[in-house]
Design a protein around this ligand. Structure first.
Ligand code: ZN
Length: 853
């Protein structure tokens, strides 16, 4: 397979002035007629007239009405064309029903829908399927289906047909079409400029009652983007469609977003608080793309972070504003550490802006999305809020209607601030997580911090230069009061010292001179691993006194990690400081319940494995699992009454509402319930399960029971009640695999694959069973190797029908080098078995090659 390089970018030699598409829909023989107006691009060099096209049956092609005979390959066609403007016409035939890859035009539950990002449009017609070719589209759909949708505004509708016109020039990846038996739940939004926008969420009949939250979230997003970025919506219609078969979460097609139904449908009985929060965030994310992605798009797919990192950052800001900013920051940091640091530290590490790929679908990664968002966040932190907004305004003004690069993006901020951002740009080009070690020296007057930054080698990048690290920090007096509030310093050198006049700071506060205690990397101000020798006492002190909520939580997490790492490696330790810390946090009435729940949660087993590995120890997944289980019981025994009180006080916050306040209280109650089950034999959980009137409490109770090896009866009750609800059944499948004991996980998953409702071609269901097996760390890495085998068997079964999801799944093996020789060998053999399978897709092929390095 061919590797594509950023350095080989060349513009397309033609400009597209207009695209007219006619679809005659049929499950097996859909006809697509394309009429595309091309003219030579004066800014591009010469090149062949090459149009992408895959799995298409060409019926006819003509230029200016004269039939032509293009040369066809599996990737597309070339054709001799005149050296002037001309009209290209082609008719192709495609079969949506047999499109199981869910890329291009496909059918899901009797509904036609599309997914064109990144390169799916080439499965619809012959076209320059690249983001820098932008054009206005007109679409005519002919079908007996009752609902016919495409991008833009509807311009005509008759019996068996509809016409749509999208005036905004767009790349083909934003094209969308939906047809089928759908119903709309409608609302309306008036923009600041007075444009009246018809909003509609389209769902399968029967799901109308589960759309309110998505609509509420959409209106909130539209308002927020006007207020925060001055960005308004630009069409008369905004449609969202929910489909069941979807490889990703959602897609920002212009005016016609298409969503995985799991990220639209919600009711208190069927969706958890987490689901509500995710729906709110993803609706916002896709809406925000209208400016960051659609109006200003990417020149090529190497620039994916230009739209994704920025849009994730914007949805994070939105969630912070709608809910709790400190809680959101902690959740995002957790995500970065558990997923992105893991990717950045393994064989799949790549820069936020990669420089080469085989299959672009493999680069919709946590690095591009989440680290991409962190890079945007650092930029804002470095230049300040006003320059941030001014730079964004300039970026939109300069590049509206264009397909641009990271250089264009950064230039807007360099121009607004006069700052040289060339070192900052390393965040886009260097892979790997920088390790920032800090040492302190105190001479009775001055506190000197010495920073050393090192970014380890990653595939293809042996040497790295220092990056600019915005380090937000404060100083505390040993009596617990604040000496210096949050300040951001810039660490730019490989080794750098910073001095603080501790004596003066103490004197200014009227305090006796004492060595200040630094609180570093507040608010998780940069995606780095902070290497800092802290004692248990230091952590306990920061947990009790830090004014920065993130670092307060971080201190508690440090205590938990210490205890668990010691337990998992058989080292001596004392968990008194950890338990005291928990007591203090739980009893503090001033703290947000959601924050308390975060402090109460233990680091995940995979996190601990990574922490041990980073500390130079080979992690033992079984020992880590046991350590966490033992600690949960210990905590439950030590804090029993306090946990019970906390549960009682928070379990029933009133008539169900998915807002942050109630969700936080239920989250805390459920975190305590899980612990309490270790000592009450599941009595409270069984009672909660029996009484729950919402999915959050029902599922948490079931999970608490399964985690202590009970809950068989409740599982059946749950299944009987929800067998008709596919999204709830996904939870039922997933929970059993996630909560299975390590020696049973593979068997549980195997058993579920034999369940009649295991519709494995639906990605959500596949992920619920097979994906969850990889999420059960001790089960997945059980010494028998049974889970590796089962997992690989299913990846191989999925690969021929859905390469994109199969490839994504295969990354479960990316951590193989962390483990002991026996496990390494087992995993390596498993990856090789995948690699050596005849007919393996390009997608999965690329992943396994990279994992083997
Ligand atoms: Zn996105």
């Amino acid at each position: 397979p061919q590797t594509i390089h950023l350095k080989d970018y060349a513009p397309f030699p033609w400009i597209v002035d207009r695209v007219d598409l006619t679809f005659r829909l049929s499950p097996t023989t859909t006809r697509v007629l394309a009429r595309v107006a091309y003219r030579p691009n004066p800014e591009a060099g010469d090149g062949p007239f090459f149009l992408h096209g895959e799995d298409l049956r060409l019926i006819s092609a003509a230029i200016d009405g004269t039939p032509v005979a293009p040369r066809i390959t599996p990737e597309g066609l070339t054709c001799d064309v005149p050296d002037r403007a001309f009209l290209w016409e082609a008719e192709v035939e495609i079969a949506p029903e047999s499109n199981t890859a869910l890329e291009g035009l496909y059918m899901s539950g009797g509904i036609y829908s599309t997914q064109c990002e990144a390169e799916g449009f080439r499965k619809i017609t012959y076209y320059p399927d690249r983001p820098d070719v932008m054009a206005p589209f007109r679409v005519r759909i002919e079908s007996a289906a009752p609902v016919l949708l495409s991008n833009g505004n509807q311009t005509g509708r008759g019996d068996g047909w509809a016409e749509w016109d999208d005036p905004w020039p767009k790349p083909a990846y934003l094209f969308a079409l939906v047809a089928g038996d759908l119903v709309a739940v409608r609302d309306r939004f008036v923009t600041r400029a007075g444009r009246e926008v018809d909003l509609a969420i389209w769902v399968r009949p029967g799901d109308e009652g589960k759309c309110d939250w998505a609509l509420t979230s959409l209106k909130a997003s539209m308002t927020w983007d006007e207020e925060t970025y001055g960005r308004e919506y630009d069409l008369d219609i905004f449609n969202i469609v929910a489909v069941d078969d979807f490889n990703a979460g959602a897609m920002e097609n212009k005016g016609l977003n298409i969503f995985n139904s799991a990220l639209v449908l919600a009711s208190p009985e069927t969706a958890t608080d987490r689901d509500y929060e995710r729906i709110e965030a993803v609706i916002a994310h896709e809406y925000f793309h209208n400016w960051t992605g659609n109006r200003v798009t990417c020149r090529d797919w190497f620039q994916l972070c230009l739209k994704e990192g920025l849009t994730v950052f914007r949805d994070q800001q939105f969630t912070s504003d709608m809910r709790s900013a400190p809680v959101k920051r902690i959740e995002d940091a957790l995500m970065m550490r558990s997923r992105q640091f893991r990717e950045d530290g393994g064989p799949l590490a790549h820069p936020v802006r990669p420089e080469e790929f085989v299959e672009i679908n493999n680069f919709y990664t946590t690095t591009v999305y989440d680290k991409g968002a962190e890079v945007v966040s650092m930029l804002k932190r470095l230049i300040g809020d006003n320059a941030w907004r001014a730079g964004c305004d300039l970026y939109f003004e300069r590049h509206d209607g264009q397909a641009v690069t990271i250089e264009d993006w950064l230039r807007a901020f360099a121009d607004v601030t006069g700052r040289d951002l060339s070192q900052f740009q390393r965040w886009y080009s260097q892979a790997g997580t920088p390790r920032l070690s800090v040492t302190e020296a105190w001479d009775g007057e001055t506190l000197r911090l010495t920073f050393v930054q090192v970014t380890p080698p990653t595939p293809g990048q042996p040497d790295k230069g220092p990056q600019v690290i915005p380090l937000t920090m404060g100083l505390l007096h040993p009596d617990g009061s604040e000496l210096m509030p949050s300040t951001t310093i810039e660490v730019t050198e490989a080794t750098q010292t910073v001095d603080f006049d501790g004596a003066a700071l103490c004197a200014k506060q009227g305090k006796p001179v004492a060595r200040p205690v630094p609180s570093l990397l507040r608010d998780f101000s940069a995606p780095v691993i902070l290497d800092r020798p802290l004692t248990t006492e230091d952590r306990a002190f920061l947990l009790a006194h830090d004014t920065d909520p993130f670092n307060r939580w971080e201190a508690g997490r440090g205590l938990a990690r210490e205890v668990l790492m010691a337990r998992a490696t058989g080292t001596d330790f004392d968990d008194a400081a950890y338990l005291d810390g928990l007591r203090a946090v739980l009893s503090d009435p001033a703290l947000d319940p959601a924050f308390k729940a975060l402090v109460l949660a233990l680091p995940s087993e995979d996190d601990l494995a990574q922490s041990l590995f980073d500390a130079g120890t080979t992690p033992d997944p079984a020992a880590i699992h046991d350590a966490a289980e033992i600690q949960r019981r210990r905590t439950a025994e030590a804090l029993g009454d306090l946990l019970a009180e906390t549960h009682a006080a928070n379990a029933t916050p009133g008539r169900y509402c998915p807002d942050a306040d109630q969700a936080g209280r239920r989250g805390l109650a459920n975190a305590t319930l899980s612990l309490l089950s270790r000592t009450d034999d599941g009595a409270r959980a069984a009672a909660q399960f029996a009484e729950a009137d919402n999915m959050t409490q029902s599922l948490a109770a079931l999970s608490a029971l399964l985690n202590i090896g009970r809950g068989a009866e409740e599982l059946s009750t749950f299944e009987a009640r929800w067998s008709g609800d596919r999204l709830v059944m996904d939870k039922w499948f997933a929970l059993q695999v996630m909560c299975a004991a390590p020696d049973k996980a593979a068997d549980v998953a195997r058993g579920l694959t034999e369940h009649p409702a295991f519709t494995w071609k639906t990605p959500n269901r596949f992920r619920a069973v097979i994906g969850s097996l990889a999420g059960n760390a001790a089960g997945f890495h059980h010494a028998s190797g049974a889970a590796y085998t089962l997992f690989a068997d299913w990846v191989l079964k999925l690969d021929p029908i859905n390469p994109q999801t199969a490839a994504r799944m295969s990354t479960a093996f990316e951590t193989w080098r962390r483990y002991d020789p026996a496990r390494q060998e087992r995993i390596r053999d498993t990856i090789r078995r995948i690699r050596d399978t005849p007919g393996l897709s390009r997608d999965t092929g690329e992943m396994v090659e990279r994992m083997l390095g």
